[in-house]
Each structure stands twice: as C-alpha cells, then as structure tokens.
Design a protein around this ligand. Structure first.
Ligand code: UDP
Length: 375
C-alpha cells in the first residue's frame, strides 16, 4: 500500500502521524517551515532562555485521554499560569478579573465572593441575549471593567471592536469572584513539557514508520503518490482562495534582553492601554525555561497584526459576531467533502480557534474513526 501523506508537523499532524504509524501505516510528514512542532516550536536563545517562537504555549486541559497521550512522549512538570493586567496607573492586577481586581479598580475592600458577586450584579447591564462580545461582557461585568480590560486589548488583538467579535472569544477568560488568581483555574491539569515542545515532537515523530521532510511545500501533484492525505494547510489556500480568503490575525514579536534572573509571581503581563502591544512574556518564569544560566533573561512583547502584514503567518482564525468567516469556511468544507482521499485537520484545516488539548483531542477522535472505518 502507498504511504499516507500528512501536511503539517504541528499537533494535528503529529497525532495523526503517530497513531497511523503505530497502526502499521507508513507515514510521510511534510512541513513548509524548517522545523517541526508547528506553532508550539521552541528553542533556547543566546541568553540561555527557552523561547516559544510563536508566542507562549501553556498546556492546560480537562481531558484525561489528552494527558495520557502527551505523557507517553516526554516528562511534564506542573505549572500554574498567572497573568497580571497592567492598569493605566501602572499597578498590576490579577487577570481573569477576581476579588482583588475588583477591589483595585473600584477602591473597595470586599472580603467575600458574595460581596463581589453583588457588586458585579449591580453594575451589569440588563442584556438578556448578548449578540456579541461587548454585550456578553456588559451583561456580566458592566461598562467600566469591559472598557478597561477588554475593549482596547481586543481592538489591538483583532483589529475589530468588541461589538464585531463573537462572545466565544472573550468567554475564554472566566470571571472569578474569589481570590483565585490562576489563568486556567477551571482546568484540572496545567503542565509543561519539561524539555520543551520541540523535544516532545521529536519523540512523537521518532517511529520507524514516520518520515519527516521539512521546508517542503504541499503540491496537489504529490497526492498520486499517497493512499490518503491528512492536510493541516489552510483550507482556502488548498482551493486557491476561489471562494475568498479566510483571514487570520498574526503576531509580531519584539524580544529584548535584561540583566539578572528576577523573581516574579506571574510570567505574562497584559497591557490595558491603547498602544500596539497586547502582552509581554518573561520566559524564565516558566518551568525549566532557564536552559543555561547566563545571568540574563529574555522578555518578548506581542504586537498583533493582519497575517498579510506578517509573511502570511496564520495564528488566530477570526471569529466575528456575525459568523461571516465561519460561513465562508462551511463553503470550503462542502468543497472538501467532494475531494477524494483527503481530509482537512487542525486549526488552519478546519478554521477553528483551538487550544493545544483541543487539537490533540479532535485529532485522536478523527484518526481513530478513520482507522476504524478501514478495519
Ligand atoms: N482579552 C482581553 N484582554 C485581556 C486578555 C484577553 O480583551 O487582557 C480578550 C481578547 O479579545 C483575546 C481573548 O480575550 O483575544 C482571549 O484571550 P486569551 O488570553 O485566551 O488569548 P490567547 O492566549 O489565545 O492569545
């Protein structure tokens, strides 16, 4: 039997490749980039600090089978992610908004979740069926907190107003009325690969049935050499954009070096101002991210932009309130259903804003169903 082609060496491609290889299929993984691990790719920089090339990837999940799957390929260490938002006064406050955030913004001295809950209820707007991100936030936290923590950040992040964005985007950030100050407090497990994501992917691909070719672009003419293709490329690009473009937001990174290895209880600072930068990561505060102690550390600021302004680097599918791009994606999906021996996978293949654990979970489900169908 001909081998199977996997386009994309990120999590979607890696889960498909490994599962198929273990089931006895020969697999060829290609990626147009010069490295594996997709947007999770990390490396150690000149300061001896591990940096994630495409922005911080924090692993968090509720799904036992995802934990079980990733832990087969490397050791993970517990990590509790904390974020602080910088108020215009320069004061850092917990994000997601919690009891201490409310006290800092309103000058109150609440001690209990009930008091915070009552305060938020008193400032929330009576919107019954929120139709967009702005209305969702107004209905939960009122005008002032929305316009402080979400309006400028969302504008710089997406280039769109909160009114134009789907509520699903801001629902990623929970609302807390207690003192918990961790970013993913609702997930059972938060952990990071001890030796980095790139090493994890090396182990996933280390199987006698898997061959990986980097700096290799997908061409339709390749398909005749393979029995099937799992394709994580952008679905609109596969179809030569014939129905129009599916847009993405991208990020430009600004790295800087500072002396010392300072202690701090949070690793990411979000900016509430209207400048171009959304957040800054202090990499050395992530676990095992000091690969070599040089007495220096690296800080990275993120400046969002349209993907066309960043070499077509696709990061975030754009989820608008009217769902216009999801409708366009559905049209591409209908075209894809008529293609023989090809399935689109992952963030760009299915045009979804997915966390790593969701990509792994969806990919496991997808490839297991494919194998079952062929059994
Ligand atoms: N967001 C915001 N202010 C913040 C953090 C997040 O307005 O300080 C909004 C913004 O629209 C963002 C979304 O919430 O795109 C989701 O944030 P998250 O931190 O989950 O984004 P990611 O880590 O995926 O970039």
């Amino acid at each position: 039997m001909k081998p199977i082609l996997i386009v994309g060496a990120g999590f979607a491609g890696a889960v498909h490749a490994r599962t198929l290889a273990e089931a006895g299929f020969r697999v060829h993984v290609i990626d147009q980039r010069p490295h594996i691990a997709g947007n999770a790719y990390d490396y150690v920089d000149d300061n001896g600090i591990r940096v994630h090339a495409y922005g911080p990837h924090l692993f968090h999940t509720k799904m036992p089978r995802v934990i079980e799957w990733v832990q087969k390929f490397g050791a993970f260490v517990p990590y509790t992610h904390k974020v602080r938002a910088l108020l215009p006064s320069g004061v850092p406050v917990p994000l997601p908004i919690n009891l201490d955030t409310v006290n800092a913004v309103f000058g109150t001295d609440y001690q209990t979740a009930e008091q915070v809950h009552a305060h938020l209820k008193s400032i929330a707007l009576p919107i019954v069926e929120p139709a967009n991100a702005a209305e969702h936030l107004y209905a939960n936290i009122g005008l002032q907190l929305t316009d402080l923590f979400f309006r400028p950040y969302t504008k710089k992040m997406w280039g769109l107003d909160l009114e134009d964005m789907s509520a699903a985007v801001v629902k990623r950030i929970p609302l807390r009325t207690d003192r918990k100050d961790t970013y993913f407090a609702d997930d059972d497990v938060q952990m990071m690969p001890r030796d980095g994501y790139t090493k994890l992917f090396q182990t996933i691909f280390a199987h006698e049935n898997i061959r990986v070719s980097l700096t290799t672009r997908f061409e339709k003419s390749m398909l005749t050499d393979y029995a099937f293709c799992f394709n994580a490329m952008p679905i609109d690009e596969y179809f030569d954009f014939k129905l129009g473009e599916l847009p993405y937001r991208s990020l430009k990174f600004h790295h800087r070096t500072e002396a010392g290895i300072p202690e701090q209880s949070w690793s990411i600072t979000n900016f509430t101002d209207t400048g171009p930068i959304t957040r800054e990561t202090a990499w050395h505060l992530l676990p095992h991210h000091i690969a070599q102690n040089t007495g220096r550390h690296t800080l990275t600021r993120e400046e969002p932009c349209d993907y066309r302004d960043n070499h077509m680097e696709r990061y975030y599918p754009v989820k608008t309130a009217d769902g216009r791009y999801n409708k366009l994606y559905d049209q591409y999906k209908a075209l894809a259903a008529d293609e023989q021996n090809i399935a689109f996978i992952g963030r760009c293949g299915t045009y979804q804003y997915l966390d790593m654990d969701q990509v792994i979970n969806q990919s496991l489900t997808h490839v297991e169903a494919w194998l079952k169908q062929r059994a």
